[in-house]
Write a protein that binds this ligand. Structure first.
Ligand code: SF4
Length: 366
């Protein structure tokens, strides 16, 4: 007998209602899960309207691009958590995440999901095509000094997701077809060495600077402050491979953690390692303790460096940057080390890519 045949109207209605209740509620375009890991990470597809952020949007003197939102490396000082939270809230508001998923995509303390729900901008190449037109219209090449484009300002472009999704490689392939660009890449991952071929092609037509990010060569310390990042030795090996291939590559020591990694022996070890790996430069900058960073970083501080908790609270009270005197003292220390190890003297990313001005700070003590 076909559905509903020979039944009364009310029986038919109740059967139809039962059938309807078995259909999942309509959701405009729920976010597809692309992959999952045994440890619980989910990779979630996100369709970006644009991928190149202009200086007007971000308030810094360069364009930026981040293929992923969220990062499995899970550094306790990572300031990109706010962008993940914003993406989750917008997806929820747009009906793409249910209330239950919204809770799951925030995590119990509001920061876990950054490391376990990674948004993958799957269709970023078509967005990049549109954005490049905007970029060139805004005064980029040809014929003029180009405003830098920095890849990896918010999340690591060579985080584990890149091994499978290859979005960063796709972006570099596209940019390698342009001329006279000024490209910066920041990463902690040795996976960047996979793309040596495209980096070399890119460098033939444009300026390129690769920043391998490393805060310490102390293996035990790195695991306290970075949950799942690659070990120092493998990052330095990747630096060596790129340097040997002729790619302009250096070390970025950011953030320098006050009272933890800012002493001379710590910094000397990094400069020495960079020298031996063939780095062309070493940049460094102190920790910024933004609101979104505090509830991840301060518990780590309390667990491993309880003697520093009060000092950090006083120094960063009501502000995200270090005190001005501390910043000056650290910059002088870095300059002395740059001179001693034969690296060009500068203040780091700020020199090349510009910066936001930090507000006046209170004393922290180097
Ligand atoms: S590698 Fe970079 S983006 Fe990833 S968690 Fe660490 S600081 Fe954040």
């Amino acid at each position: 007998m076909a559905v509903g045949e020979g039944k009364t109207d009310s029986a038919k209605r109740s059967q139809q209602l039962q059938l309807l209740s078995a259909v999942p509620p309509y959701r405009p375009t729920a976010l597809p899960i692309l992959d999952e890991r045994l440890r619980g990470t989910k990779f979630v597809s996100l369709e970006p309207k644009s991928v190149l952020n202009s200086p007007q949007q971000t308030g810094v003197d360069f364009w930026s691009l981040n293929p992923y939102i969220g990062c499995e490396f899970g550094c306790t000082y990572c300031y990109a958590r706010y962008a993940h939270r914003y993406t989750v809230e917008r997806a929820h508001d747009a009906g793409k995440l249910s209330d239950e998923e919204f809770i799951e995509f925030r995590g119990p303390h509001g920061w876990e999901a950054f490391e376990q729900r990674v948004f993958v901008k799957e269709t970023l190449l078509s967005a990049l095509e549109r954005d490049l037109k905007k970029y060139f219209r805004s005064g980029g090449p040809p014929g003029r000094p180009s405003t830098p484009i920095v890849i990896g300002t918010a999340t690591d472009p060579y985080q584990p997701a890149e091994r499978r999704f290859r979005l960063t490689r796709g972006v570099l392939e596209r940019l390698a077809r342009c001329e006279d660009l000024n490209i910066g890449i920041i990463t902690k991952s040795p996976l960047i060495a996979r793309d040596t071929d495209v980096l070399r092609r890119l460098q033939e037509r444009s300026d390129l600077e690769v920043h391998i990010s490393l805060t310490t060569v102390d293996v035990a310390l790195i695991r306290q402050v970075e949950a799942r990042s690659p070990m120092p030795a493998v990052r330095l090996r990747a630096l060596r491979r790129l340097a040997d291939a002729g790619v302009r590559v250096g070390l970025i020591v950011a953030p320098v953690l006050p009272g933890i990694t800012d002493d001379v022996p710590h910094l000397e070890a990094l400069f020495q390692a960079a020298r031996e790996a063939g780095a062309r430069f070493v940049h460094a900058g102190p920790l910024r303790l933004y609101g979104a960073v505090r509830n991840r970083f301060l518990p780590m501080l309390k667990a491993h460096f309880p003697h520093l908790v009060a000092r950090y609270r006083r120094a960063y009270e009501g502000r995200s940057g270090v005190p001005r005197d501390y910043a000056r003292a650290l910059a002088a220390r870095i300059k002395r080390l740059q001179a001693r190890f034969g690296f060009p003297a500068n203040e780091g990313m700020a020199d090349r890519y510009g910066r936001r001005l930090a507000p006046v700070q209170r004393e922290l003590g180097l």
